[in-house]
Design a protein around this ligand. Structure first.
Ligand code: GLY
Ligand code: MN
Ligand code: MN
Length: 322
């Protein structure tokens, strides 16, 4: 068939795309074993970053150590590493900052095995040997949210519900600190939490870190089941559909204080009934916290892939104090 190259994509068979997605979404035991390998290499990378961080070194030094471990395992990075003291800037690949006492390092990176299966893990840790009180308070909200969302995973529940559950937990946590206010359900419905949690809870992962994205994000994450929202925050949710045994996905809630966005919303008086801007402004220099794991949906529930990676405040501080 003579189809000009510039319209090939628009002429692709939707039936074929859907068939490929339904096959590739369900990972075989052999694929899961490969993905566990990817997560275990990724674990070594995160442990190395946590152990080697200290005031006075460049983010780039840690990024080099991390990438070296992926290469030494005969793999490579599964996406360009995020390793930054400015975790509030999403997809921040700048590595030129020098670590300082009191800062947080957000590391979001993973290894790809020689067979190209990907790991995608995030940890956030203090440059100092322990978290300060304010960091602990925010970290605890993200950690509790991540753990509760993973606990909720099983076949038959739409991932969008889990995302909204995360949004409610983050809202509740921020309300307890006086940063948000008002009715939690109404705040989440309105999308007010997205000032602090502007991205989706997770995505499918496999041979691509955002699995099968080339076939169309909506086909992969929404299918015929639901429409993607146009609301700020919720529109960034890559996976929303009902979970099935064999799916492997990420769970990655976060809380970020983005000074420019706080300032802009405050000026617009946006969601003022749910956000205590005066309090939020006090966190302008906080940066961000994200925690991410890779999880298999089983017949009855879920299984976190790979060996555990330090995640509680105690575990992370123990590594930092080495
Ligand atoms: N590192 C990309 C992601 O977490 O989706
Ligand atoms: Mn990630
Ligand atoms: Mn991810």
């Amino acid at each position: 068939m003579d189809i000009p190259i510039n319209i090939v994509k628009s002429r692709a068979s939707e039936a074929l795309i859907k068939a490929v997605i339904s096959l590739v979404s369900i990972k075989s035991p052999e694929e899961v074993a490969e993905m566990e390998k990817a997560v275990n290499i990724t674990r070594a990378m995160h442990l190395a970053a946590m152990r080697r961080a200290r005031p006075g070194i460049l983010e780039a030094e840690l990024a080099g150590i991390v990438e070296g471990i992926a290469l030494a395992a005969d793999g490579q990075l599964s996406y360009p590493a995020i390793l930054t003291v400015n975790g509030q800037t999403l997809h921040n690949h700048y590595h030129g900052n020098t670590l300082k006492e009191g800062q947080l390092v957000l590391g979001d990176f993973g290894a790809e095995t020689p067979t190209h299966y990907a790991g995608d893990i995030t940890r956030t840790f203090p440059v100092s040997k322990s978290f300060n009180t304010r960091q602990k308070e925010i970290y605890k909200i993200v950690l509790d949210t991540e753990v509760a969302c993973i606990e909720a995973l099983k076949p038959g529940i739409p991932y969008r519900d889990v995302h909204l559950y995360a949004a409610r937990m983050i809202t509740e946590g921020l309300k307890a600190l006086g940063i948000m206010k008002g009715d939690t359900e109404e705040a989440v419905q309105a999308g007010a939490h997205a000032l602090f949690f502007p991205h989706g809870l997770g995505h499918m992962i496999g041979m691509d870190v955002h699995d099968m994205e080339g076939l169309g994000e909506d086909h992969v994450g929404y299918g015929d089941e639901m429409e993607r929202s146009s609301q700020f925050g919720l529109k960034s949710l890559r996976l929303a559909r009902t979970l099935m045994p064999g799916f492997v996905l990420t769970v990655e809630p976060g809380i970020y204080f983005i000074p420019e966005l706080i300032g802009q919303w405050q000026e617009e008086r946006k969601h003022w009934e749910f956000i205590n801007y005066e309090k939020a402004q006090q966190y302008r220099d906080f940066s961000g916290v994200r925690i991410e794991d890779n999880v298999l949906i089983t017949e009855t529930g879920h299984q976190i892939l790979g060996q555990p990676i330090p995640k509680t405040i105690q575990e992370v501080e123990a590594v930092r104090q080495g």
